[in-house]
Design a protein around this ligand. Sequence first.
Ligand code: ATP
Length: 385
Amino acid sequence: EIGAIADKSQIRAYLIGGIIRDLLLGKGNNDIDIVVDGNPVELIKQLSDFFSAKVLYNEQFKTGSIKFADGLNIDLAGTRRENYHYPGALPEVTETNIFEDLFRRDYTINALAVALNSDKWGRMIDYFGGQKDLAEKKLRALHRFSFLDDPTRVIRGIRLASRLKFDFEKETEDLAREAVLAGDFSRLTSERIIKELELLFAEKINRRLLGLIKNIPVFKLLGIELAEGVDYWQQSTRLESWLEYLKEKNYNIEEWVLRLALFTDKLKKKDIVDWNLKERYKDILSFYLTARDLIETLDNDLDDLRLVDMLNEYKLEELVILLVKSGKVMVEKNIRRYINELKGIELAISGFDLKELGLNPGPVYKDIFDRVYRARLKGEVSTHQ
Ligand code: ATP
């Protein structure tokens, strides 16, 4: 359909990028990327009429996206026409444009396109051997300077390799390592790096990923170095099973931050302060660096009251980091008890009740809640009265 609509508007349209990769691998993908030769506005308009769907249009970048209720998302963009501005849109010119567009992509397996117009419908465009690399499960950069142009591609590569179970082609891996070690990335903002890390760590950590980050020290982009002697595989396995458990219990937990937090043990708190990140995330990422005293105290037999007093102020994510990284049985036992038995305790009185009793809101409320809470912990009152 899209091809027919493009025909009618006399524009060349291509399916491009990750969707082709996933189709060839037999995997599903809800994100459909289409590039059109020239200005995509007309096609975007026609498609939104055709599908009667809502379109988000970005005037500045001349891109549009159509979102469907079932999660399907179509993104449309123009090829970079400005370098190749030949009026008339002859097929050769189109191919040159699509070449330019593909050439600025990250890996050969992502630089495949399929023509949608009826005269060439279904024709695969593969300038860089992407199909062969897909068959051989290899990630190959398009040129020597790819990672210097954009080092976040290294993180994207690790994500792809780990998700698809692919290997980096030897020279590409060397280039990635060299770029990360040698590059001057002062132009790169922490925000961009963290955005890629967020995507990387949205998925479970596996052995391949750990191997890759050892060979290609990609965290260096944020100044992170892996600590010697830490068994990251053991820690990540523990973390994954905790995440699983807490998800079952319906806790809402920011998984990617916790996965990243596994690797921040050699940083200093001030390193993290400069990152362009929500304060909440900074707290979580730097928490373990300053938790030594807490761990020491938690390594003792503690009664309920003491435990609640100590742990109430911490975020669940911070407690999970302690569980996974401290490596101490007693600490783990205490936190487990706190999470399972003490954390969720609700009181049978609320601020509303106190108001009903004629008390004015103020610090006295907190005092009363504290006392009831303590009485509840000691078993003097029950939750449901
Ligand atoms: P996913 O399945 O995770 O969405 P994807 O490959 O579709 O994977 P997107 O982030 O949607 O990922 O990117 C779409 C396409 O844009 C990629 O297939 C790739 O060709 C290109 N691309 C994205 N980021 C970069 C980059 N930093 N450098 C070069 N090309 C990129």
